[in-house]
Design a protein around this ligand. Structure first.
Ligand SMILES: *Cc1c(COP(=O)(O)O)cnc(C)c1O
Length: 345
């Protein structure tokens, strides 16, 4: 039996075209900015996102940390969603590595934060307060069912930030999923943003790497922070080569993952004992709740595994599934049937 692995879109393997690109890549020492393949990936990503400059980093976590530390000095504050990946899933790096103070604002189910709540969180000038330096957005929003932030919402946050003289960082790990589902150019989602992190190793299926973008000065400073974090790589064109293929060949097909995720959620919503919200599924992420508690979470996962399906377990009685390259329509039907079988036993 083959395993249908829906734990994450990070389980995707490099395509044949990526493997060939890796094999043939022009390489050099990137700390001297002499790796031609990295230079090409960085230029391409900046152009694609409508930003001035870009920098390849090892992971999304390193990309976010590099941006936070570039924007903020120790003791300065960043406003971010209470369900954001940076707040929940990056080992507290912003504080541990940068001394950056997190100020959370509640995320709404659509991945936004209320503008009046963001505004209220921005500190006035007072020696008792940390200085607010940054607002962080996440698009798509991982914990909020992969919700996509719209260009209008993004523009409203940018406007608020500019009026207060603070920066906006976008955790765009899955920014292309957002652009595809909204049917907009990805530049619409980065306009006015000071920095963005985009992952090549999620649904775009590259084996390693994220790229951060900002203006030229920002990226020059970020290069030093990346070095400090241990991310100064050498002939990392072998990573960038796959990243170039990811940007050229793997973006448009994300629409298939979105269709598959919606179909999966619709199927699951007909199974007794499970709850999901198909109408919230706009990209490749969905959550399911085990409402019939005849077995424990671990038993549920073990039974599902015996039936060939893997999912992740973000909280009590709550599970997450992601569709991705390598998961086809037939796999979706098989996964729904496996869930149905498990819930009948
Ligand atoms: C995966 C993810 C990251 C971090 O990327 P890694 O490469 O796993 O470090 C950051 N933000 C979001 C929203 C993510 O889903």
């Amino acid at each position: 039996m083959s395993i249908i692995d829906l734990r994450s879109d990070t389980v995707t393997l490099p395509t044949q075209a990526m493997r060939e690109a890796i094999f043939n890549a022009d390489l050099g020492d990137d700390v001297f900015t002499e790796d031609l393949t990295i230079n090409r990936l960085e230029a391409m990503t900046a152009e694609r996102l409508g930003m001035e400059a870009a920098l390849l980093v090892v992971s999304g976590t390193m990309g976010n940390a590099t941006c936070m530390l570039t924007h903020c000095a120790r003791g300065e504050e960043a406003i971010l969603g209470d369900c954001s990946h940076i707040f929940l899933n990056e080992a507290g790096g912003m504080s541990a590595l940068g001394g950056v103070f997190p100020h959370t604002v509640p995320n709404l189910p659509d991945g936004t934060m209320r503008l009046d709540q963001i505004e209220a969180a921005i500190r006035s000038e007072n020696i008792h307060f940390p200085r607010t330096r940054l607002i962080c957005l996440e698009n798509t929003h991982n914990r909020c069912y992969g919700a996509a932030l719209t260009p209008d919402y993004t523009a409203a946050v940018v406007k608020l930030a500019k009026s207060q003289g603070i920066f906006v960082h976008l955790d765009g790990a899955r920014i292309f999923n957002a652009a595809i589902t909204l049917g907009v150019d990805v530049r619409e989602l980065t306009r006015g943003i000071d920095s963005v992190n985009v992952c090549l190793s999620k649904g775009l299926a590259a084996p390693v790497g994220s790229v951060i973008c900002g203006n030229g000065k920002f990226i020059a400073r970020a290069r030093r922070i990346r070095k400090m974090l241990g991310g100064g790589m050498r002939q990392a064109g072998i990573i960038a080569a796959a990243g170039i293929v990811a940007l050229e060949e793997m973006v448009e097909r994300l629409a298939e993952d979105h269709t598959n995720a919606r179909r999966l959620a619709e199927g699951i919503s007909t199974i007794q004992g499970l709850a999901t919200e198909p109408d919230r599924v706009r990209t490749n992420i969905l959550y399911i709740d085990l409402i019939n508690r005849r077995f424990t979470d671990d038993e549920f996962m073990a039974r599902l595994k015996e039936n060939g399906v893997l999912l992740s377990h973000p909280g009590p009685a709550r599970f997450r599934m992601l569709t991705h390259h390598g998961i086809g329509e037939a796999d979706i039907e098989t996964a729904i049937e496996a869930l149905r079988t498990v819930m009948k036993t």
